[in-house]
Design a protein around this ligand. Structure first.
Ligand SMILES: *Cc1c(COP(=O)(O)O)cnc(C)c1O
Length: 469
C-alpha cells in the first residue's frame, strides 16, 4: 500500500490523526492514542515508544532484496560493535575527538594513494555525509579556482558554467541550482551512450569552471572515458588556450575500478583531474552516510574556501557544508581499510562483479530483453524490452510484479536525448550472493512468463516511473 503524502511528506493534513496503541503493550494509565504529527501532551514509557517506532520501521522494505540502491546494507558484527562504540562521536569536534580526526586524514590519504595522486602527502581531502556533499565541494573548488583566474585577468565572473552528461546524478543539478552555475548538459545518444569528449568544444568556453566525468553512470553503471575526455580538453586548450579541469564523480566507480580494472587510467594519473569523490556508503561498504572527496594537491583547493575555526580551544581547518555530523562511519571505513586491504577489497568487488556479469548474461539471453550494458564496468547493468517482443506489457509492469515479490528493480526513462528509451536496472552490491541472484532470476523468469502469457494488454494506469536517481 502506498501512503499518499503531500509536498511536505505529511501523510494527511489532519493534525489530530492518532496512532492507536496495541493494548497488549500499553500500560494501565498510559495514553493509547499517540498523536501522529503533533508533539504529544503526555509522556510514554520507553518500551511503548520503542515499540511504536520499531513497528513503523518494520514496514520498510527488506534492504537485501533492494536491487535499486547502491548503498551498503550489511556490515559484519565487528563493524557493528565499533559502530555501537562510536555512535556519539561528532566528526566536527576535532578537539574532543582528535583521534577520529586523525583517522579521517589517514582514510583520505589512503584514497589519494589508491587514486594515484602524484604525491599523496600533498593531496587534500575530507570526509562528507555522502557523495552529494563531496560533489558540491568539488564543484565549489572548481568555481572558486575559475573565479580567481578570471579576476586576475580582469575578466567578469558572473556567468560560470559546468559541462557534464545529461545522465549526471541529481546532485549536480542541485549544485548548479544552489550555487548559481549554468548546467551545460551534453545529451547522450545511441552513438555516444556516455560523455566521451565528442563535440566538447561546442560546450566548453571561457566561462566553463570544469567538466564532470562520471565513473559509473547512475542510470546504467557505465564508465565515462576520463582519458578520452581529457584528450578532448587538451585539444581545446591547444586551440583556445582554455585550461579546463575535470572532477571525477566516482561515487561508485572510484571504489571499483582500482580493484577490478587496475589498468584503466581514470584517476590522478590524468593530469587534468583536479578532484575525485566517492561514497563510502556505496562500494566503500560502510553503512550510510559517508562520502569522500580528494583534491590532487593544495593548488586544486583554493585556500580561501577553507575555514579555520577555533572550537573548544582547538584550531582546525574545515571545508564542508555541514558542521556537526556523525564520526562513527569514518571509523567504520578505517576498519574496513585495515581489515580488507587491497586484496580483500579486490575479492569483495570481484565477487559482486562476477554476480553482475553472470546475471547480465542470463537476462540478456532471455528473448524478452536486450542488454544496454553487461555489468563489466561497475557491477550494475540495465536492459530494455526487445523491440517487437510485446505490446501487452512494459518494464513498468514487470517492475511492479517484482515489487510484489519483494524485489526492488526500478524501470525508468533514460535522460536526454534518449527519453523515449525505457530501461530496467540491477545494482549488484556486496550481499547479493550468487544464490540470491539465482532466486531473483527464477522470480524474474516466472513473472516474464506470466506477462508473456497474457492474451490482451495490461492496464497502463499507474505503470509509470516512480524512481528517482
Ligand atoms: C549515488 C551517486 C551520487 C550521490 O551520492 P550520495 O552518496 O547518495 O550522496 C552522486 N553521483 C553518482 C554518480 C552517484 O551514483
Amino acid at each position: 500500500m502506498t501512503v499518499r503524502r503531500d509536498l511536505a511528506g505529511r501523510e494527511s493534513d489532519d493534525l489530530d490523526d492518532v496512532i492507536g496503541l496495541n493494548p497488549l503493550f500499553a500500560r494501565p494509565g498510559e495514553i493509547v492514542d499517540v498523536p501522529r504529527v503533533r508533539l504529544p501532551q503526555e509522556e510514554s514509557l520507553p518500551e511503548t515508544a520503542y515499540q511504536i517506532v520499531h513497528d513503523e520501521a518494520m514496514l520498510d522494505g527488506n534492504a537485501r532484496l533492494n536491487l535499486a540502491t547502491f548503498v551498503g546494507t550489511w556490515m559484519d558484527s565487528h563493524a557493528e560493535r565499533l559502530y555501537a562504540d562510536a555512535f556519539d562521536k561528532n566528526m566536527i569536534d576535532k578537539d574532543e575527538y582528535p583521534h577520529t580526526a586523525a583517522v579521517e586524514s589517514r582514510c583520505w590519504t589512503m584514497l589519494a594513494d589508491l587514486w594515484n595522486a602524484p604525491d599523496p602527502a600533498r593531496a587534500v581531502g575530507t570526509s562528507t555525509i555522502g557523495s552529494s556533499e563531496a560533489c558540491m565541494l568539488g564543484g565549489l573548488a572548481l568555481k572558486r579556482r575559475w573565479q580567481h583566474a578570471r579576476r586576475a585577468a580582469g575578466q567578469p565572473v558572473d556567468r560560470p558554467n559546468l559541462v557534464m552528461s545529461s545522465a549526471v546524478q541529481v546532485c549536480w543539478e542541485k549544485f548548479c541550482n544552489y550555487f548559481d552555475v549554468e548546467a551545460r548538459y551534453v545529451p547522450i545518444s545511441w552513438d555516444h551512450k556516455v560523455l566521451d569528449g565528442h563535440d566538447l568544444e561546442q560546450y566548453v568556453d571561457e566561462n566553463t569552471i570544469g567538466v564532470v566525468a562520471i565513473l559509473g553512470v547512475t542510470y546504467t553503471g557505465m564508465y565515462e572515458p576520463v582519458e578520452q575526455i581529457a584528450a578532448a580538453l587538451d585539444r581545446i586548450e591547444a586551440d583556445t588556450g582554455l585550461d579546463v579541469r575535470i572532477h571525477v564523480d566516482g561515487a561508485s566507480g572510484a571504489m571499483i575500478a582500482p580493484f577490478v580494472q587496475p589498468d584503466l587510467v581514470w584517476d590522478f594519473r590524468v593530469d587534468r583531474v583536479a578532484s575525485i569523490n566517492t561514497s563510502g556508503h556505496k562500494y566503500g561498504l560502510v553503512y550510510p552516510g559517508l562520502g569522500w572527496v580528494v583534491w590532487r594537491d593544495a593548488d586544486a583547493l583554493p585556500e580561501d574556501l577553507v575555514f579555520r575555526v577555533s572550537y573548544l580551544g582547538g584550531d582546525m581547518a574545515t571545508f564542508a557544508l555541514n558542521f556537526s555530523r556523525p564520526g562513527a562511519q569514518v571509523l567504520l571505513q578505517y576498519y574496513l581499510f585495515l581489515r580488507l586491504g587491497r586484496p580483500g577489497f579486490e575479492r569483495v568487488q570481484r565477487a559482486s562483479h562476477d554476480v553482475a556479469r553472470s546475471l547480465a548474461r542470463e537476462i540478456g539471453a532471455m528473448p524478452a530483453f536486450e542488454l544496454w550494458n553487461d555489468g563489466s564496468d561497475i557491477p550494475v547493468f540495465a536492459w530494455r524490452l526487445r523491440e517487437g517482443h510485446t505490446s501487452n506489457w512494459t518494464l513498468y509492469h514487470l517492475s511492479d510484479r517484482l515489487r510484489a515479490r519483494g524485489w526492488l528493480v526500478p524501470a525508468y526513462p533514460m535522460p536526454a536525448d534518449l527519453t523515449d528509451v525505457t530501461v530496467q536496472r540491477v545494482v549488484v552490491r556486496n550481499g547479493l550472493s550468487q544464490d540470491l541472484a539465482d532466486a531473483f532470476l527464477a522470480d524474474l523468469r516466472s513473472q516474464v512468463a506470466w506477462l508473456d502469457g497474457l492474451t490482451g494488454p495490461m492496464p497502463t494506469e499507474g505503470a509509470t516511473p516512480g524512481f528517482h536517481h
